[in-house]
Design a protein around this ligand. Structure first.
Ligand code: BES
Ligand code: MN
Ligand code: ZN
Length: 512
């Protein structure tokens, strides 16, 4: 999908559909706009169709509700739109950037269902909730993310693909070159970030027989070569030589080797201390010897969603050429039961020397992350380190399937991530790392055990990871809920969502 900024006034553009978003208030004839509306010229160019549709009963302004009407016979002037699509933003006082994204998602879906290949999206019709750059970027993201479909094994017949969107400002067509340039930059960056998010979705949706660790590592290498990232792939002997026995143990039951992928982006302002991202890459999680029940086990192909988010973030970081140095470290393994699989009762020594008593082979994510986190700290001494993992079902119980858990021992880092979450709509909520949770994972026979019992499952998992990060400012995101959705919602399509990519890129941009 192409995304651009209109260079001509909106009333002179051409597209299959013109998308305009309005609040509930704007739809009420009893509260008419005082003075000229910003869309007056556009309305005139459409023969008054906008005002008439706004005033009609069909349009309520309720959030995400669309009314689509053909413009035939109404296009006077230079405007050439096949359809007019009005979408509601809800009550004016409640509108924020996420409301706007979701409304654009709804209008995009409606337009595509009507066969539209091209959209013009008007920004600036509702009370200012954000600046035009933010609105343009959010609209681009929402449209791109909404049009994603997984078609690798079943192409859609006669699919209407959205090929191009044009973001145009409504009214006050101050077409000064500076604002055009900054709008264009915002839209270009949003497209890069949304494309990366869709690439993460593609990796997550790929069936587990096609993304076993060596294949997933190759996909990372191919992306790295295309984007100009440095890439190292460590195979089993290399992992063993380093002493990453926890990663090795988890991968042991599989007939294919584990991998450790290390990606680096050297920013212009490289100061030696990089920011590090670490992602859980279990390409399929059967639970191992502590086998999972069959129901929904297929969804465990998404147990590499943390890895996908980190790889896709690295892709965006490279394409945006961010000035900071960023490293991505991704442990990949397939958690299978077999004659050679690791067992409950095994004690393994992680890279940092700590011994781990394995009580449940289904608590494998924290094991591969333990080694990856310790490796990242030792090799890179990052100024900050964030890991993403579909780590616990307990986190889904606590926060539901749209919100990720944030655990951090560093308030400043946590605050920055929460701010990025607020801006992007990748919602996270902070959970505690109190010392009482360490008591639950103290082992009698080793330094630590890999499960903490029934209570506080997300927190004992987070606490476990904390044992492998040393003094590094660190945050852990448990994305088990939002990484994968049975049913799509708004701009999040069903299956892999790419949760975390927009959050991380926003955070990296704002801290660079
Ligand atoms: N990958 C799962 C967690 C998960 C569950 C992700 C549901 C997405 C949806 C993880 O490896 C796991 O199995 N965790 C166990 C830990 C337990 C054995 C301590 C869990 O949550 O039950
Ligand atoms: Mn598991
Ligand atoms: Zn898992």
């Amino acid at each position: 999908m192409q995304a651009r900024v209109a260079e001509a006034p909106i009333e002179e553009l051409e597209a299959d559909a013109l998308v305009l978003a309005f609040s509930e208030e704007a739809s009420r004839p009893e509260s008419p706009q005082t003075g000229p509306t910003p869309w007056e010229a556009l309305d005139e160019a459409c023969g008054g169709l906008i005002t008439r549709t706004l005033a009609s009963r069909a349009f309520t302004g309720k959030a995400n509700r669309c009314v689509a009407v053909p413009t035939d016979g109404h296009d006077t002037g230079k405007a050439r739109f096949t359809d007019l699509v009005l979408v509601g933003l809800g009550p004016a006082g409640d509108i924020d950037l996420e409301t706007w994204r979701r409304s654009i998602a709804s209008a995009t879906r409606t337009s595509r269902a009507r066969g539209a290949h091209s959209l013009v999206i008007g920004a600036g019709t509702a009370s200012a909730v954000a600046n035009l750059e933010e609105l343009a970027a959010a609209a681009t993201e929402a449209a791109r993310l909404t049009t994603y479909r997984y078609t690798a094994y079943k192409p859609i017949k006669d699919a209407t693909e959205l090929e191009a969107i044009t973001v145009a400002t409504v009214g006050d067509a101050s077409s000064d070159p500076a604002s055009l340039a900054s709008l264009t930059e915002a839209v270009d960056q949003a497209r890069i970030i949304a494309d990366a998010t869709c690439w993460a979705r593609e990796l997550i949706n790929t069936p587990p027989n096609d993304k076993r660790p060596p294949q997933l590592a190759n996909a990372a290498a191919k992306m790295a070569a295309e984007c100009g990232l440095e890439c190292e792939i460590l195979d089993e002997p290399a992992i063993e030589a380093l002493g990453m026995n926890a990663l090795l143990a988890v991968g042991r039951g599989s007939s294919v080797e584990p991998r450790l992928v290390v990606l680096q982006h050297r920013g212009r302002n490289a100061d030696g201390q990089p920011t590090a991202l670490v992602g859980k890459g279990i390409t399929f999680d059967t639970g191992g010897i502590s086998l999972k029940p069959p129901a929904k086990m297929d969804e465990m192909k998404a147990d590499m969603s943390g890895a996908a988010a980190v790889l896709a973030t690295m892709r965006a970081v490279a394409q945006l050429d961010l000035p900071t140095t960023v490293v991505g470290v991704v442990p990949m393994a397939e958690n299978m039961p077999s004659a050679d699989a690791y067992r409950p009762g095994d004690i393994i020594r992680a890279l940092n020397g700590k011994t781990i008593e394995v009580l449940n082979t289904d608590a494998e994510g924290r094991l591969v992350l333990a080694d990856a986190l310790a490796y990242t700290v030792e090799r890179f001494q990052p100024r900050a380190m964030v890991d993403l993992a579909t780590l616990t079902g307990a986190c889904v119980v606590a926060l539901g399937e749209t919100v990720a858990g944030l655990m951090s021992d560093h308030d400043h880092l946590a605050t920055d991530l929460l701010a990025a979450s607020h801006r992007t709509g990748d919602t996270i909520w902070r959970l505690p790392l109190f010392d009482v949770y360490q008591d639950l994972i103290d082992s009698k026979v080793a330094d630590i055990k890999n499960t903490g019992g029934r209570y506080a499952g997300a927190l004992t998992a987070g606490k476990f990871l904390q044992n492998f990060v040393g003094d590094t400012p660190w945050a852990h995101l448990d994305i088990a809920g939002p990484a994968y959705l049975d049913k799509g919602s708004g701009y999040r399509t069903r299956g892999g969502t790419g949760f975390g990519v927009r959050l991380l890129v926003d955070w990296l941009k704002s801290s660079s």
